[in-house]
Ligand binder design. Structure first.
Ligand SMILES: *Cc1c(COP(=O)(O)O)cnc(C)c1O
Length: 384
């Protein structure tokens, strides 16, 4: 935090939280402390608390304080990837014999972590449609320790009522974990709505430039924050200093980028909704989207991700992806450049045959911040 104590808005915190000018040189930007160990002034005499960079590193600390401020939590932690963050959280809050409810629409790698890794450690999971709170209630068991949700979800852009889900989870003595990657804290702050933990792939909107892989956790309470921090050090999947610096740099422009991602995506969704080759558009900003009202209530804008189904099926959907030019064919999302992909064969291939399998005619776009006319022209030509 900065020296003065005035209350600060989101955009101010994004630029300043955890990032005072360097006390030695006055450097305005937090330096990349590319270092593993720290000189001690006599045994145990640490300067500023740093002893070894797995335990803590000043560049990572700056990012972690910034993350906590942006999500309104007690503790922020930065990891080597989104999945490293998820794994560390899950193996802190779950033990063999515990049960977790997971959504029927989620990032494919998240599903793989539950289905292929955690089950081997004796953790049970049930899949529920989190958009229907009764579905979640029906999935709860006496040993349910957590409910996991993505909203908007990946790749179907489903919207879950976070305040309602928090009540359901807490009523059963379970924690609510929200993967806030698609929205970013600029558009949605789950802790204010009752979440206990927020997960990010900072690879996406937080980094924002497709040049770094990273992950983050923000914990609402200091006690759980301390426990997860202990596991972060014990398990070791930390963010390196340069990666932490890249994410810090990306976050400074998060607000202006999300505004443009959202306004461009709204126009893309409108174009797709009126296109004869598109059978359905999945975007919470469209009034006909079933989660539109909840999204309008809990989000500042509707974000930059749009999915749509192509009339003509799987091959037609793949052709649209192949024909796109300005929209780069590739996995991932949230960068300044627009991306297009076929979830069934790409990001969500690992969910094939599971309750999280995605429609074969689905195309997902990450709408970037290029000139909107160029983006619309490219989609028109790709749809043919
Ligand atoms: C990409 C992604 C992840 C995984 O993050 P990595 O940084 O790739 O490990 C988790 N959740 C969502 C919603 C994602 O889009």
């Amino acid at each position: 935090m900065t020296e003065h104590q005035l209350p600060q808005g989101f955009e101010t915190l994004a630029i300043h939280a955890g990032q005072e000018a360097d006390p030695q040189t006055g450097a305005v930007v937090t330096p990349i402390y590319q270092v593993s160990t720290y000189k001690q002034d006599g045994v145990g005499g640490l300067r500023g608390g740093y002893e070894y960079s797995r335990s803590a590193n000043p560049t990572r600390t700056a990012l972690e304080e910034c993350l906590a401020a942006l999500e309104g939590g007690a503790r922020g932690l930065a990891f080597a990837s989104g999945l490293a963050a998820e794994d560390t959280l899950l193996r802190t809050i779950l033990k063999p014999g515990d049960h977790i409810v997971i959504p029927n629409d989620a990032y494919g790698g998240t599903f793989r972590l539950f289905a292929k890794v955690l089950t081997r450690w004796g953790v049970e999971f049930s899949v529920a449609n989190t958009q229907k709170l009764d579905d979640v209630r029906a999935a709860l068991r006496p040993n349910t320790r957590a409910v996991w949700v993505e909203t908007p979800s990946n790749p179907l852009l489903g919207i879950t009522d976070l305040a309602g889900l928090a009540e359901v989870a807490h009523g059963a003595g379970a924690l609510l974990v929200v993967d806030n990657t698609f929205a970013s804290p600029y558009l949605q702050q789950p802790i204010a709505l009752g979440a206990d933990a927020v997960v990010h792939s900072t690879t996406k909107y937080m980094g924002g430039h497709s040049d770094v892989v990273g992950g983050a956790l923000v914990l609402a309470e200091a006690g759980l924050g301390e426990e997860v921090a202990y596991h972060q050090n014990a398990m070791g999947a930390v963010s390196g200093p340069f990666d932490a610096w890249l994410v810090l740099r990306g976050i400074k422009t998060l607000g202006v980028r999300m505004d443009r991602h959202s306004s461009n995506a709204e126009k893309v969704a409108e174009l797709l909704a009126s296109h004869p080759k598109v059978s359905q558009v999945l975007y919470p900003g469209l009034p006909e989207h079933p989660g539109h009202d909840i999204a309008a209530k809990q989000m500042k804008a509707f974000g930059g991700m749009v999915s749509f189904r192509v009339a003509g099926g799987e091959e037609a959907a793949v052709e649209v992806c192949n024909r796109a030019q300005l929209f780069t064919l590739g996995e991932s999302l949230g960068g300044v450049e627009s991306l297009i992909e076929h979830p069934g064969r790409m990001t969500h291939a690992s969910a094939a045959g599971s309750p999280l399998e995605v429609p074969a005619d689905l195309v997902r776009v990450s709408v970037g911040i290029e000139s909107i006319d160029d983006l619309l022209a490219d989609l028109k030509q790709a749809l043919g």
